[in-house]
Ligand binder design. Structure first.
Ligand code: GEK
Length: 270
């Protein structure tokens, strides 16, 4: 039976993703438009293995590292799933800021986080994350967002996050990754396709979405991500969760310069 598709922007009920269910004459590059925003929760949870696990670990990180009185940023907040995790796990003196450059996603987020926004716990802003002032942050989250930015500006954004974070601050990132070993990449890719099939997506939906995401979602290797964090100055870049070709990882800004140099290996201290 075809699932019904209510189109009510005020509805909190997740709607079924059928964006690519019918054959399209031409496949345009994927955009976070109104149609996607309406079904986003269903779309991401049925497309990203480990999505819930990533949020469970984000809650642990937030409990441990959110600094009282600081700001927590969710960059690319979409419908607010990670924003809500931050709000639920952080001290009440923290303010949570959700940023997204898609107005339909922000509208959707306004609905799902209505109570938290009313109580001034969460604020949302529709803007490009390259323009966001991150001063005063103790945690910056980029859950499945960095992969949508042009490769050329990813280093710059991460360097700015590092500079803006308070000492001891955390960057928490979740991404789809690619594997430099062709055989491994192919095997894991096939398992990801199996995951989508088990979630009820048809071959047509999988193929059309894949072609829409081509050149829009550009994954990097796990090593490239860790190296970027290390180059910016983050300590202990490490992977926290892994499900097929999706990982979540974090890095911590040193609490002080002296502590950082004390932990650096001998060869790096010159
Ligand atoms: C979650 N974090 O559910 N500036 C602002 N927002 C952007 C930009 C940009 N330059 N580029 C993309 N976005 C969420 C899921 S989805 C991931 C994040 C996915 C936004 C875009 O509009 C979308 O809402 C989000 O980043 C990526 O935990 O759909 O795979």
């Amino acid at each position: 039976m075809t699932p019904s598709l209510p189109d009510n922007p005020q509805s909190k009920q997740p709607e079924i993703d059928r964006v690519y269910a019918e054959p399209k004459e031409t496949i345009s590059p994927f955009v976070f438009n109104h149609q996607v925003a309406q079904v986003f929760d269903d779309m991401i949870s049925r497309s990203v293995p480990g999505y819930t696990l990533c949020h469970e670990v984000l809650a642990l990180i937030t409990q441990r590292y959110a600094q009282a009185g600081s700001l927590l940023f969710d960059l690319g907040c979409s419908s607010g799933a990670s924003t809500k995790v931050l709000a639920d796990a952080a001290p009440t003196t923290c303010k949570i800021i959700g940023i997204d450059n898609s107005q339909p996603m922000i509208d959707r987020c306004q609905v799902t986080l209505h109570d938290l926004i009313e109580h001034d716990r969460v604020a949302l802003s529709c803007q490009d994350i390259s323009d966001t002032d991150l001063a005063g942050a103790s945690i910056v989250v980029l859950n499945y967002t960095l992969q949508f930015l042009p490769l050329a500006i990813r280093d710059q954004l991460m360097a700015r996050i590092y500079q803006s974070l308070l000492p001891g601050g955390i960057v928490f990132v979740a991404e789809k990754i690619t594997n430099p070993e062709m055989d491994q990449q192919q095997a894991i890719n096939e398992l990801h396709l199996d995951f989508k099939r088990r979630q009820g997506y048809s071959e047509l939906e999988i193929a059309q979405k894949r072609s829409a995401l081509e050149a829009v979602l550009v994954p990097e290797t796990e090593l490239a991500h860790h190296q970027r964090l290390a180059q910016c100055g983050f300590e202990i870049p490490q992977t926290l969760t892994r499900a097929l070709n999706f990982i979540a990882f974090m890095g911590q800004k040193p609490r002080s310069n002296s502590k950082r140099s004390a932990h650096r290996p001998e060869r790096d201290r010159r």
